[in-house]
Design a protein around this ligand. Sequence first.
Ligand code: IVH
Length: 690
Amino acid sequence: MVKERIDTLRRELERHNYLYYVENRPEISDFEFDLLLRELQDLEAAHPEWDDPNSPTHRVGSDLTSEFRTVKHRFPMLSLGNTYSLDELREFIDRIEREERRVEYVCELKFDGTAISLSYENGRLTRAVTRGDGEQGDDVTTNVRTIRSVPLLLQGENWPSMFEIRGEVLMPYASFEKVNREREEAGEQPFANPRNAAAGTLKQQASSVVARRGLDCTLYQLAGDEVQQMSHWESLEAARRWGFKVSEHGRLCRSWEEIEQYITEWDERRKTLPFPTDGVVIKVNEPAVRRRLGFTSKAPKWAVAYKFKAEQALTRLNEITFQVGRTGAITPVANLDPVQLAGTTVKRATLHNAEQIALLDIREGDMVYVEKGGEIIPKITAVELKERRADSVPFHYIEVCPECGTPLVRYEGEAKHYCPNQSGCRVQIVGRIIHFIRRKAMDIEGLGDETVELLHANGLLHDVADLYDLQALQLAPLPRLGEKSAENIIRSIRLSKQVPFHRVLFGLGIRFVGETTAKQLADHFRSLDRLMTASREELLETEEVGGKIADSILEYFADEQNQQIIHRLREAGLQFVAEERRRASDALTGKSFVVSGKFSISRDELKKLIEEHGGRNVAAVSGSVDYLIAGDKMGPEKRKKAEKLGVKMLSEEEFMALIVADDLPAKLTEEVAPQPEQIKEETPVQGTLF
Ligand code: IVH
């Protein structure tokens, strides 16, 4: 009885989900939906034996963090050739039609999100994998289950018992704006665009966060042995019947004129869509023609993407103002008449630097073209000279800091002007402290931007080290504070002494050292002392650290004032050493390793494993090294040296076998799917559409 009710509720809730999120025609109110969901949740709580990962209750996600396993795609996820030119597109079509007669094409929108591959077995969602490098991607099934438009159980009939379907996870503009508003309120960096937001969200650790982000998923390509008989158009219709969200905007075209018409139409109409698109994909419809055309090594020859030029808007530039960052960098900002662009309202645009303003001869009062690139802040691409006022005058770039009046400087190789007054310019001082107390750095609660300004204005705070000398008695008498807040702030400052090393490092605000780099540096060097004394070469050995970052780190630690601050922070008891890693086993105790080349996991992850199992990482091959773990593309020199010195070489698999015992992370023990079909240049692939 209970089991039957559970099944009915699951089916019903899925049906309503579908009606709401795919068909856009709900039959019941949100309230009624919630009642049904609540009932199911209660029944499932009482009967854990009937839990099912595909139950609609799992769509709300969980707070458990999930490590993503890397899995191989059953069929590689290829990319598409693309062009911005109608002439080139025409050539693409002509080439096909020289060989084939009466070809049909399906024109579709090119959705601007992040690609996903969904696997279904016996009508149930079993796996969702990101594109990754096309051969293997991250298993993000738990997160994808929270996307309401992805069917967990298929509808209709005649679906193949096993197939993959590919599409795009999208973040509609409305969700994007909401997510970014929330991030800004929380003092976090907003996402640059809906595409990054969708990709970033899918890689979120907690699926409950994903569930709240309002993602959507549109499917556009079936893959699998059993779907190759259908034309593409038929397969889209079939997918729709099975409950997938398939765009209504695709069109079957039979001539170049029809294709061109589709493109012209959608270049305009896309501006009315609630989600981002960046072009049109043109695909051959018939499977037989597709097979004859085949693939290049990277992309099918039966499909191509035509990319739209970035959307532009024309608006008035009222005023150019300047921002001073915490590093002293000056950014000119264009303050505009608000205008709609690619789904959002734009009021400000970046002007990058003095050169760009001069190059485009941008003046206050001009009508300017704004465009959205990859960045969140749009840029100005041109001036409409026809609309320039007769009394307009060229813009003079500032020569002194708008905050402290210090003459600005230019550094070699840098396009921006800087205010060099690091220790005296209020905005820089306050900016550095605000950065230091951020949630992602020292997370000092109760100390907002305004309080930092207040403390600075009252002579209590000149640098981040001063924070640890503050006393409640000094704070309490200040306006808006009082005893209670003063004590809270002091407690929170004290607590920050426990914040792990990598966040302290991020908090220092070294130029170009963001959150990820800080983490990588902390992982690599393990302590501030080792980082401070590292040579340029040693810094460059860290993953993702290039010359620019290395130089900035060297410069930071060479500065005497910074050294003093670090000294005081050390005295205050901040964490300058990375936490001991969890010890997984002693399998490698006493052994030293050199890691070289590419592996299925990142080199740093591999090194972490070595340490977790008691081993030691060493930078260079020498006679005292026990093993060299050799990955793909390892330099021949290393191999020679190892052979000469008799250092034992291990493949990734052999290394894994050393530690395989009991405590391997899921990622490495996951049984991998069969090897993807090898697609060779010019060879038609039999048996799959991908
Ligand atoms: S078909 C082998 N159709 O564009 C062909 N892709 O540049 C596989 N994309 O990775 C892709 N909209 O993420 C296809 N209607 C559409 C698409 C689409 C967006 C993305 C997809 C793919 C990328 C290729």
